[in-house]
Design a protein around this ligand. Structure first.
Ligand SMILES: Cc1ncc(COP(=O)(O)O)c(C=O)c1O
Length: 336
């Protein structure tokens, strides 16, 4: 019951333990095509470029930033928790300028502030934001933010590490451009893979770059030769074969359950948890309208020893809950 990695189904663990075959084996390539189709379903997109990057969510984040941004670009970055600040780090390390839009921890990104920043910076080419801020439990309105970006000729980079399969996420309907996630949260898979999907506009932007992508490993024009092509796939890196078996199985489970049911399951569990916590007098940090059902940030009651409660839960009940991060360290618990 921490903020991730989540518990993994025995079905997924069993898939993980199947014999390892070659990453260019026709059987494996067939499975990769299924992973792509299942990820398209989970992301609600028809983007042909929908893959799992062979590394954790942070690499998915970096994939989107290194491919879409060049030195000298301006990027509007929304920061309402830990992960928005990591976006800033990515932008600055690429020699680009990050225009920060700050909101309090525990609040959703404020579209009015974003609009003001986009108006003040017509040179900006990207709007980057976190859909579900794992450090605070706040959900931002990706559809509205994406519409604002389009009005100002910006593409979007969207962190959906904690939102994919946990709350509605509609990549095509909301016209999101570069979207990354993680395997270990609401997909309940092993950590270490990062689903990524890119719109045609994002691909066009990558193809019109004036400079090479700084990272060889994350340069998606090179990775694509491995993830697509009619039968002729070329070696790029040794794929984490067994982890991809696991991702395949977890995506099959989401598909069989049906996304709407998956979202509802998280909401139902949230309601149960909320009523239990309410009866203990424990308060949520995030306003009801912006609250993530899958990541519950609650205030540590006055006088209660944070670490003692967490270690008692772990040692006596075999339950892990998360500590507060950054500005919320020592002030909040995060319950998945
Ligand atoms: C919102 C968000 N973005 C990015 C990451 C980074 O993912 P990973 O730890 O898999 O590298 C996390 C991890 O918790 C996250 O919650």
């Amino acid at each position: 019951m921490g903020p991730g990695p989540s518990d993994i189904s025995p079905r997924v663990l069993q898939a993980l333990s199947q014999p390892t075959i070659g990453h260019l084996d026709p059987l494996f390539i067939g499975m990769m095509d299924e992973v792509k189709a299942l990820l398209q379903y989970a992301f609600q997109t028809e983007n042909p470029f929908t893959i799992a990057v062979s590394a954790p969510g942070s690499a998915g984040m970096e994939t989107c930033f290194v491919n879409l941004i060049e030195a000298g670009d301006t990027v509007v970055v929304c920061r309402n928790g830990v992960f928005g600040d990591r976006m800033r780090e990515n932008v600055e390390r690429l020699g680009a300028t990050a225009v920060m839009v700050d909101d309090d921890w525990g609040k959703a990104v404020d579209p009015e502030k974003v609009e003001a920043a986009l108006k003040a910076h017509p040179e900006a080419s990207i709007l980057a934001f976190v859909h579900a801020e794992t450090s605070t439990g706040a959900l931002s309105d990706a559809e509205t933010l994406s519409a604002l970006a389009r009005q100002h000729d910006c593409l979007t980079i969207v962190d959906t590490v904690t939102s994919l399969a946990g709350v509605p996420l509609k990549v095509d309907e909301w016209q999101l451009d570069a979207v990354y996630s993680g395997s270990q949260k609401c997909l309940s898979c092993v950590p270490g893979l990062s689903p990524v999907t890119l719109s045609q506009k994002a691909i066009d932007k990558i193809q019109s770059r004036g400079s090479k992508v700084q990272s060889w490993f994350l340069d998606q024009s090179l990775v694509l030769g491995y993830w697509s092509g009619d039968g002729k796939r070329s070696y790029h890196h040794t794929a984490p074969v067994n982890s991809l078996y696991a991702l395949h199985e977890s995506l099959v489970m989401v598909h069989d359950e049906g996304l709407e049911n998956t979202w509802q399951r998280h909401r139902d569990m949230h309601e149960l948890l909320k009523s239990g916590l309410n009866s203990l007098g424990i308060q949520f940090l995030v306003d009801e309208a912006d609250r993530l059902p899958q990541l519950n940030a609650v205030a540590i009651p006055e006088g209660v020893d944070d670490a003692a409660v967490r270690s008692r839960l772990l040692n006596e009940y075999n339950l892990e809950i998360g500590a507060g991060l950054g500005a919320l360290a020592g002030k909040a618990w995060r319950i998945g």
